[in-house]
Design a protein around this ligand. Sequence first.
Ligand SMILES: Nc1ncnc2c1ncn2[C@@H]1O[C@H](COP(=O)(O)OP(=O)(O)OP(=O)(O)O)[C@@H](O)[C@H]1O
Ligand SMILES: [Mg+2]
Length: 256
Amino acid sequence: MPDATAGFAEQALDVRRPSAILPLEARNLVFEAGGRRLIDGIDLRLDAGCRTVVMGPNGAGKSLLLRLLHGLIEPSAGSVLWQGKPADRTVRRRQAMVFQRPVLLRRSVSANMHHALRANGFSRQEARDRARDWLAYAGLSGFADQPARVLSGGEQQRLAVARALSLGPEVLFLDEPTASLDPASTLGIEEIIQKAAASGTKIVLITHDIGQARRIADEVVFLYRGRVEAFDQALCFFDAPGSAKARAFIEGRIVL
Ligand SMILES: Nc1ncnc2c1ncn2[C@@H]1O[C@H](COP(=O)(O)OP(=O)(O)OP(=O)(O)O)[C@@H](O)[C@H]1O
Ligand SMILES: [Mg+2]
């Protein structure tokens, strides 16, 4: 849980300026593998200033969509455009991603922070300062010199989120960041995400946790079999879903 002085995150993030990279658009996005069309012609426009939650049954294509948007994998057809253009170096630097299972180096907690910051162009001194401040913010200062892999799952995930935010991204993609965490750790991560959003970071989050989706979402993308089945304002999605599949999903009935 954050243990640094109030307001640190807001100051450190400092992205409350007109976005240099948004909106983000998927245009007729297709991804095929193993003879299957896993992402099946997605059109989507994500704007600055709102928190987007991606939901849908297992295997719907949520993780693939995030990987495509983030540029980790190439589409089979269609395009991902940032302010109408393909991702360039600036775009790549201004977005970060947190995975369900944190991807950490076999090094110390602070080395994990430092390495990411240096790789993203921060000077040695800046990397040291940011690593220290963000570890404090994430309540991880006491672990700085320990191997990252000995942290608990919840601590590793806090480290992954702190590492991503320390880069000052304008867009933060999160793929089920709290899937294996206890309620307190989940709320701790949510608090960090909400502060980042309040500071102007665009949040694009996958979750199966409907309570979490209600707490975080301004808008919901509901995926079903590689397609956008519904894309609505959160209130509308949860209280009066236009899609029968979305309604079945929210009510915990299996969507076939
Ligand atoms: N590289 C790949 N090659 C072949 N199939 C793949 C590949 N990556 C994903 N898939 C398949 O694509 C489908 C969508 O996968 P994806 O991981 O995006 O689902 P998801 O919506 O994130 O599901 P979950 O809620 O279980 O995380 C799945 O059926 C998966 O097995
Ligand atoms: Mg997934």
